[in-house]
Design a protein around this ligand. Structure first.
Ligand SMILES: NC(=O)CC[C@H](N)C(=O)O
Length: 224
């Protein structure tokens, strides 16, 4: 196993830099020996040169609008369909198949899709109601040490639409306002990872390591 991991090639990771907290992701990714370089991605040419992508937190509607107006949307969507991608917060929203509002499926926000989940935006309230919660993340290095989950106008995953394919990797461990303990806040499906919280706003790079290893494993499998 250790041998196998050593043989894995370093990967070049892009961070979507249309809007939001992309700089912080680049800094954390660049701390990992598994990453040859982490770079900002703003167009089709730049995305064609990376092995994996992170879509940061920010404003999902703004990111979609910028990508669409600049003509980047189709290649962004194609990349997400075919390469390891991790969405955090607004990024998780963009990777979802559906957005729910009051329990009804709504299809009016432009989404990249790929994760068989439905999502509820701004589920915890406003910016002022941001909070930090210790999380157990399935498969994280030193998993017994809680991961500091930073939630800012965060979405929640309110339904798993494809239970055979989607793996839950983190849940809230206590109630937060109207959002109950047990609410799903991170999932994995094939080459896609999504988290409602912001690991880039911590000094803990274990979620970044988790994604990069998942991406390396997935890429290695495709080449077999
Ligand atoms: N911190 C965030 O990324 C907030 C996400 C934002 N509420 C959205 O809907 O896109």
């Amino acid at each position: 196993m250790a041998q196998e991991q050593q043989e894995q090639k370093q990967i070049r990771v892009g961070v979507l830099a249309l809007q939001g907290a992309f700089a912080e992701h680049i800094i954390l990714l660049n701390t990992l020996p598994q990453v040859s370089e982490a770079v900002a991605i703003r167009n089709a040419e730049e995305i064609s040169k990376v092995d994996a992508l992170v879509i940061p937190g920010g404003e999902s509607t703004t990111m979609a609008l910028i990508a669409e107006r600049s003509g980047f949307w189709p290649s962004l969507q194609e990349f997400v369909r075919t390469h390891p991608t991790w969405g955090t917060c607004a990024g998780l929203i963009l990777l979802s198949e559906y957005i729910t509002s009051g329990g009804t499926l709504k299809g009016d926000q432009k989404l990249l899709g790929g994760l068989g989940i439905s999502i509820k935006r701004n589920a915890f309230g406003t910016q002022k109601e941001s909070f930090e919660a210790g999380l157990h993340v399935e498969g994280l290095e030193n998993a017994e040490k809680l991961f500091p989950g930073v939630f800012i106008r965060a979405p929640v995953i309110d339904e798993i639409l494809k239970p055979d394919e989607v793996e839950v990797v983190a849940k809230l461990e206590q109630d937060y306002g109207r959002t109950p303990k047990g609410t799903i806040v991170a999932v994995k499906q094939g080459h896609l990872l999504g988290s409602a919280f912001h690991p880039e706003l911590t000094h803990d790079n274990r979620m970044h390591l988790f994604f990069v290893k998942m991406a390396q494993d997935w890429i290695a499998k495709q080449q077999k």
